[in-house]
Design a protein around this ligand. Structure first.
Ligand SMILES: [Zn+2]
Ligand SMILES: [Zn+2]
Length: 347
């Protein structure tokens, strides 16, 4: 009986796989810029992998930075924020049909960093849509099953596409103790800054969001988060105002303002990555003022999914536009315009 059931399962899986097309639609970053490709090879899963049919994907600043040449010229399918459905999982049929979000870093599994649980920092790592691995602006993507997280029914696709950036915001709390008495300033009221501000608000800290765009600050005010315009930050807050400054402007200029606002002995958290030169830093001032500088990148998915499910992190106000996959080039163009928040791509 067991043999027959296994046979039936494997032939079901083969049938499903046979139904999947050989090629797919994808937004590629090539040497001559963005290219919508209607006949790009569909990824196939090997053992331990899954192929996910993408339901919805989100454009983030990293995608735009890659187009500008960040990471020294990534070539391949862009996109790393997604929700989708598992359509291929060799030997693991329990995954088929599951709705999932996925972590983007794939370590080699063998080096000393991977063996110490630091796979996201593996020097040989691939990162979905960023380094060495085709991404989510496509009909299908491939990831190890270990990277996938089931998305519960109470989290909509529009919410689930924010799991990755909410996890990135939560990473700050994994790294740093934020006390209710902490004075925290978040610089940058963009896609990520607005999520970071919400995550920081959960701690009960004394929070100020600094941004350029009054409309975005108004969104934060709607959530009960105090927002002030960047030009007013010195006047309103004063120098040395913050115990913790989180720089999420996505621009090199954010560092200087962060440096002015953080008090001696305070912490400056850096969240921005961008193409091009980093700002000059007066390291002596960092030493004399005993400033802690903390780099912060990808974070934990499970609590991000829980927070979205609980409704304590709001995302609907952050969605500026949705494009079909065939218009993905236009979607990235829109996402790069000032004032635009999250742009979604639906295959
Ligand atoms: Zn991102
Ligand atoms: Zn490794």
């Amino acid at each position: 009986m067991r043999k027959m059931a296994e046979y039936a399962e494997s032939s079901r899986q083969q049938m499903r796989e046979a139904e999947l097309p050989v090629t797919m639609r994808a937004l590629r970053l090539t040497g001559s810029g963005l290219l919508f490709d209607a006949r790009y090879p569909r990824p196939a899963a090997s053992a331990g992998d899954a192929v996910v049919e993408v339901t919805l994907a989100g454009v983030c600043a990293t995608d735009l930075a890659l187009v500008d040449g960040y990471k020294g010229g990534y070539r391949g399918v862009l996109g790393h924020e997604f929700v989708g459905q598992v359509v291929e999982a060799p030997g693991q049929p329990e995954w088929l049909g599951q709705r999932v979000a996925g972590e983007l870093n794939i370590g080699c599994g063998e080096c000393s960093l991977c063996r110490r649980g630091l796979g996201k920092h593996c020097r040989q790592r691939e990162s979905l849509g960023i380094v060495g691995r085709d991404g989510a602006f496509a009909d299908y993507l491939r990831l190890p099953l270990a990277n996938l997280h089931r998305v519960p029914d109470e989290v909509s696709d529009e919410q689930a596409v924010f799991v990755e950036p909410v996890a990135a915001a939560l990473e700050i709390l994994e790294q740093l103790h934020v006390a209710p008495s902490s004075k925290v300033v978040v610089l940058g009221a963009g896609r990520l800054g607005l999520l970071i501000a919400q995550v920081m608000a959960l701690t009960g800290c004394e929070l100020t969001l600094v941004g350029r765009n009054p409309d975005k600050l108004a969104i934060a005010r709607g959530w009960g988060i105090e927002g002030i315009e960047a030009g007013q930050a010195h006047v309103t807050l004063g120098a040395d105002a913050a115990d913790i400054v989180i720089e999420a402007t996505g621009a090199p200029s954010g560092f200087a303002l962060g440096r002015e606002l953080v008090r001696p002995g305070g912490t400056l958290v850096l969240k921005s990555t961008y193409a091009g030169e980093s700002p000059p830093i007066d390291l002596s001032h960092i030493v004399v003022d005993e400033i802690r500088i903390l780099g912060s990148r990808c974070g934990p998915f499970a609590p991000a999914i829980q927070l979205l499910a609980s409704g304590r992190i709001r995302v609907h106000e952050l969605i500026s536009a949705e494009f079909p996959l065939v218009e993905a080039v236009a979607a990235l163009r829109r996402a790069s315009q000032p004032g635009v928040l999250k742009v979604l791509i639906r295959p």
